[in-house]
Ligand binder design. Sequence first.
Ligand code: SF4
Ligand code: SF4
Length: 625
Amino acid sequence: MLTSLDALLFAVAVLVLGKGLASRSSLWFAGRKEIRKGSLSTLAGYLLGSRKILKRPLQGSAHVFVFWGVVLPALIVLVSQFRPRLPETLSNLLSLFLDLLGLAMLCALVFMLVRRWTKSEEAGPKRTAVPALTLLGIVVTGFLAEGARLSILGAGFSWQSPVGSVFSSVLPASPLLMQVMIRLHFFAVLFLIASLPFTFLRHLVAGSLNVYYKSRNPHGQLRSLSLESNHPGAKRVNDFSWKQLLDAEACVSCGRCEENCPAAISGKPLSPRKVVRSIQEQMQAMNGTVTKPGLPLLNQRISDDDLWSCTTCMACVEHCPVFVAPLDKIMDMRRYRVMGEAALPAEAKATIRSLLLYKDVYGKGIAHRTDWAFNRGVPLLSEEVEVLLWVGCSGAFHPRYQETARAMVKILKAGGVRFGILGKEEICCGDPARRLGEESLFLEIAQENIRRIKERGFEKILTLCPHCFNTLKNEYPSLGGSFPVVHAAEYIADMIRLNKIALKYSLPAKMALHDPCYLGRGNRIYKPLREIAKAIPGVTLLELPRNRESGFCCGGGGGRMWLHEKLGMRMNLLRAEEVVKSGAEVLGTACPYCLTMLEDGIKNLETGKPAKVMDLVEIVASSIR
Ligand code: SF4
Ligand code: SF4
């Protein structure tokens, strides 16, 4: 039980904690308004499951032991103030549990400290030293106090306190020692509480809040931007929303984003961790002042090379253990450069010009939009059909991907599906404009498409390209265009499952799959690709080392398909090497960008037996020949 003085000291510590947290929160509340709904069940599921944290088993387990080693004893101490009566066996078991938890926490803290001190990450030891040593002090003094107590009792080994018993074997039966250890333990706890907002441990609060307010939208959905503000996008920290700043506050600098970022891996200057930390550091420099204009992040901390290296592959968002999204910050800064300062690479300007003038990304024009379907019996959508086939710019204009569009037509006909295309009424979905930072052009294109689609009768839209799929499915609804949209991989997997098509001709080959970012991480579509591959007679399915949520970007997303890759290594070559090393004879994918980039990458490899790159749609069509 606490004495009155203890209670007073405890109240002071809690007061300092509250004041510190209030002052810290002013840093992120300096951001713009954003409406977010919190979810307690998400937070509870995250804390209890720790799935993301445990993806790194050793570090993750250490983190889990320290977290529960702090939270559970704190709860038990709190409840014990009400003097609950517990049966003796239960009380002994609880004592055993706390003893073992303390041991696990001790080992975890030693592991963390050794790891931090031996790691090259410069901010690691400095930031974690005070909280880690305080926690270590709490655990050790706790065991010393327990050991001294057991020595005084002279009871020998106690199964309820095995670790305490070990300590008691080397400690004298000294009541003074026990009292000193209890006081030290208590003061260390008070120090931990009071210092929490000012040390690295504040991520306990910021991280939990970040999980509570986590976005429930698919990763592929980019935040809509209001074009009414003076300068759309972000140049300074106070141009970000409070949730984006909370993201930065929650970052623990673990580096998982950077380790999975294809731009960082391929030697480009971009590091998603650096982006988030730059925001955090400038937030701190702003000190919660909303009116102060703030230091420009752009130019001072984050360069154009950083911004344009991003392929919007979402690997950083996927792998962050506390749901920080570096990508939305990069995109907001890119938007500012493009719309606020008209600063974009020359090749991007050419793509934007094509979109503006011709409404397609290849600059070919509406007149040629249906050339791919000439004499192929592809119906134009005139009456109510089951499927509106969304061909996309690549299906319509890219000579290699036109084959995929024709293959899709063949599959639909084989399955007896009533379908149609918009033909010259279809224009680019707008994804390249949006990812290149030209939000106003995206809005114009998207609204035009929505108007045209609404005039037609169909049950669902079927897209070939994951970028069209993501845009139509996730980004049109906020503009008033909610349509049922499926990607070809999902649709074909369903056709196979329902026996609408029979795959007869075999492909006796080892096939690896490349998960397109906008299907996989963007929309969690992994299974249909594998179902299709397994259904093709003769195929032996291989998984590449980096697959599913860890799949490596082909380098073509985020508008990079139309930009030169001048910095570092080429991402498509890195992925192509991985494919060739796997021994795959065929690489199956489901995206025009991936197909083009990887075909190009494999052609440019000088070693290894090249794999044939094919869209799964083509593979299925050749199997129903
Ligand atoms: S953004 Fe997330 S993954 Fe990246 S360093 Fe911060 S906490 Fe780690
Ligand atoms: S979206 Fe991909 S390329 Fe861009 S920062 Fe994140 S991991 Fe790197």
